[in-house]
Design a protein around this ligand. Structure first.
Ligand code: DX5
Ligand code: ZN
Length: 214
């Protein structure tokens, strides 16, 4: 049954959909609305066809919530020391972006941060098997990374179920196209953390929107 997971699901709003000109006000609103962590989407216009923000902007974030840093970048190893210095709680690197995945994961953990690997909709989970014991979390992308507001890709549900079966204690996060309906499907599949951008930022009431995902 999924009851245990569904009771404990955490909500990680993505600031990709925020007004970055008033970022800390937007984050304060997410805190007041009951967010559990802040999902920070770093894009480099190489690994993905979009460019967001990097360390100088992340350093300006003022939040009591853990920062969940999703690196959609090539050479993610170049960011780790600075993210650690900022106090980021967890770092997610992309399977498809890492030449030396084991080395990167090991370094994130050495720095005392939680280590996660993200897999794109076109990536099978098989390549994660040898690093799975080292990971705190796997991020299943339910859209192709690069943009908010895209449609949920259903094959992510099967990946969530398969990962849950491989490692029952694994934290599984899903990212992309999350709304009330897709959140329910993901909870039933065994997910622990739901990332949501457009759904929360377009809602008239962020508190109601976040509560509706749990
Ligand atoms: C997409 C990002 C997501 C994105 C999700 O590449 O990783 O975190 O912000 O946005 P929505 O919830 O709008 O699909
Ligand atoms: Zn993300």
């Amino acid at each position: 049954m999924n009851s245990e997971n569904s009771q404990k699901v955490l909500i990680a709003p993505s600031i990709l959909s925020a007004d970055l000109g008033k970022l800390n006000e937007e984050i304060a609103a997410l805190e007041a609305a009951g967010a559990d962590m802040i999902h920070v989407d770093v894009m480099d216009n190489h690994f993905v066809p979009n460019l967001t923000f990097g360390v100088p902007v992340i350093r300006c974030i003022r939040s009591r919530l853990p920062l969940d840093c999703h690196l959609m970048v090539e050479n993610p190893e170049n960011y780790l020391e600075e993210l650690h210095a900022i106090g980021v709680a967890s770092v997610t690197v992309h399977f498809e972006a890492c030449k030396h995945l084991h080395r990167v994961i090991t370094r994130i953990r050495e720095l005392g941060m939680k280590a996660a690997v993200a897999i794109n909709p076109g990536t099978v989970i098989d390549g994660l098997r040898d690093v799975l014991p080292l990971l705190d979390m796997v991020l299943v992308m339910s859209v192709n990374p690069g943009f908010g507001g895209q449609k949920f890709i259903e094959n992510s549900l099967e990946k969530i179920r398969a990962l849950r079966a491989l490692r029952p204690d694994l934290v599984i996060e899903v990212d992309g196209g999350i709304n009330t309906e897709t959140a329910e499907l993901c909870r039933a599949a065994g997910v622990n953390i739901l990332v949501a951008g457009a759904f929360i930022f377009k809602a008239a009431d962020k508190k109601v929107a976040i509560a509706s995902l749990r």
